[in-house]
Design a protein. Structure first.
Length: 541
């Protein structure tokens, strides 16, 4: 490969179509949109002490450019699978541009902002914005203003340009009467989350034109996401905002996408609202089904009556990474710390870990009844705007390496050498271990070690006591009533009616009943396929 990888696959929609008409294809041939996966480059740069500067953003973008080979492009070398950056809310920069656009911003934390992908058709776009404003007002908040985000598509390939959205930025003011009763500082963040979830559901339902080209990159009072169907070197060309010296942040998370066997698109680019992901979630279908099953039972003291506005939690049009982010976001806003939520979704291999602390084992055992693992070869970088970290799956099948410098910077990426650091300035370096977490807390100004994180989380609640008092084991259940044995004639009649043969009895059922294992054989099977058989067949055939 040269400086990036070429991705084969199905053709994208015609570039002659208008952006609002372009849709991701449905299931066809061997393509199934539910099989969307990523294999990408991910990294972040953070000032441990939480000192904001444009230097952090510039270094993170340099990391992104050095991860160019981790991303991919189509047959056009200038159409990428996706690139993006997540940073802290750059208040000074936003305050200046708001003044130029004729409105004022309140203090940091009293407003939220986010980038939206909208149709290029002005009338369709305005209808969507009006609907969004109605939702904001119905939730008791105020739309302070809109801004057209400057973009430059000259470097984009025809495919990326053909599906390019119109990028707008919205500013939402906090209701002064909104009280943070929980004390975790996330009351306004929860309202913004509800607004975004309602906007996704209601705008797609009520709007006929342009609804398929409606996406909120982020809507938060803490973080801001710039991303798109771009190559790594195109990100700052496309978004001139990112080179403005006023763009200051203490942390920045970047991502270069390789959409493995899938369709690239503007909305599937990373980072998402809490994470950037390298790898795949192989248990995805079960994870989604269980989340759907739980939605009817949702309760939350923090969300109160607003909990009914959230489902569906998982966006069915997203990739596996987006779906992971959907669930992580809900767990955090529902009251769990970010490390707690990550430990729930990507647990260590605990069941046969003889040396694991019992409190930690109890934590994992308790949460295994609430949340099944999101398993697969994955390296995930995550942040809530104050803490930032990374974790590997339990098997460690994706690489992640980090550097800590003497001037309190941390550089983490899916490989080493992503940023030129003088050797004399390196304090320590290492790699993530399977199932282990690496975390930087910019509020406390330090790296929090894996053992400390997990000890703190595991000791927050009496999980072992709860298990002892409430966990029901199968051998504690009352014995099942005896089943009467049918007489031979009745049993034979049923076996014939349901298609059992003498061979089934002798070769398959008898070894299973006698030995408790499936029968093992090496002979070929000449039984006709069920669709071609002239005889009635069992359902599982």
């Amino acid at each position: 490969m040269d400086n990036h990888q070429h991705r084969g696959g199905l053709p994208l929609p015609s570039i002659n179509q208008r952006p609002e008409a372009i849709r991701a294809p449905g299931k066809q041939g061997l393509y199934d949109p539910t099989r969307e996966h990523d294999a990408c480059g991910v990294g972040f740069v953070v000032d441990i002490k939480g000192r904001k500067s444009h230097r952090i953003l510039a270094q993170a973008i340099q990391v992104l450019r050095n991860l160019d080979h981790r991303g991919a492009c189509g047959c056009e070398v200038n159409t990428g699978d996706g690139a993006g950056v997540l940073l802290q809310m750059p208040h000074t920069f936003l305050q200046n541009i708001a003044e130029k656009d004729g409105f004022a911003l309140p203090a940091p934390g009293d407003y939220g902002s986010g980038l939206l992908f909208l149709p290029r058709n002005a009338s369709k776009r305005r209808r969507l914005e009006q609907k969004f404003e109605q939702i904001v007002q119905s939730e008791g908040q105020t739309v302070l203003g809109w801004r057209t985000v400057p973009t430059n598509n000259k470097s984009l390939g025809e495919t990326a340009r053909g599906s390019e959205p119109f990028v707008r930025q919205v500013f939402v003011g906090r209701d002064p009467s909104l009280v943070d009763e929980s004390g975790d500082g996330l009351a306004f963040e929860r309202v913004l989350y509800v607004i975004r979830k309602r906007a996704y559901s209601e705008i797609r339902i009520s709007t006929q034109d342009g609804a398929d080209f409606w996406y909120v990159c982020s809507l938060s009072c803490k973080t801001l996401v710039y991303k798109g169907m771009l190559l790594t070197e195109q990100l700052t060309d496309y978004y001139p905002d990112l080179v403005d010296p006023g763009m200051e942040t203490a942390l920045a998370m970047v991502h270069s996408r390789f959409s493995t066997n899938t369709f690239p698109s503007w909305d599937r680019s990373h980072p998402y609202r809490y994470l950037a992901h390298n790898g795949e979630i192989n248990t995805l279908r079960g994870n989604i089904n269980w989340m759907h099953a739980r939605e009817a039972l949702f309760e939350s003291a923090l969300f109160g009556e607003d909990i009914v506005k959230i489902p569906p939690v998982v966006n069915p049009n997203g990739s596996d990474s987006a779906m992971f982010d959907n669930v992580l976001e809900l767990l955090v806003l529902a009251g769990r710390s970010l490390p707690h939520a990550i430990m729930m979704m990507i647990p260590e291999p605990w069941s046969n870990h003889a040396g694991m602390d019992d409190d930690l084992r109890a934590f994992y055992q308790y949460h295994s009844s609430l949340m099944e693992p999101w398993d697969g070869p994955a390296s995930i970088a995550f942040t809530d705007g104050k803490k930032i970290g990374a974790v590997l799956d339990r098997n460690g099948l994706r690489p992640s390496r980090y550097y800590v410098t003497k001037d309190d910077l941390v550089i983490m990426a899916s490989e080493a050498g992503v940023l030129d650091i003088p050797p004399e300035n390196v304090l320590r370096k290492g790699r993530l271990q399977p199932g282990r977490m690496f975390l930087v807390d910019t509020e406390e100004g330090r790296i929090v070690e894996d053992d400390e994180i997990k000890r703190q989380v595991a000791n927050e609640r009496p999980y072992r006591q709860w298990l002892n008092e409430h966990l029901v084991h199968l051998d504690q259940l009352p014995p099942a009533p005896e089943v009467p044995v049918p007489d031979h004639d009745t049993l034979l009649q049923r076996q014939l009616a349901f298609g059992y043969t003498y061979e089934d009895q002798r070769i398959i059922l008898m070894p299973m009943a006698r030995d408790g294992v499936d029968a093992v054989g090496s002979m070929g099977n000449d039984t006709p396929l069920a669709a071609l058989s002239s005889k009635p067949r069992l359902l599982f055939d």
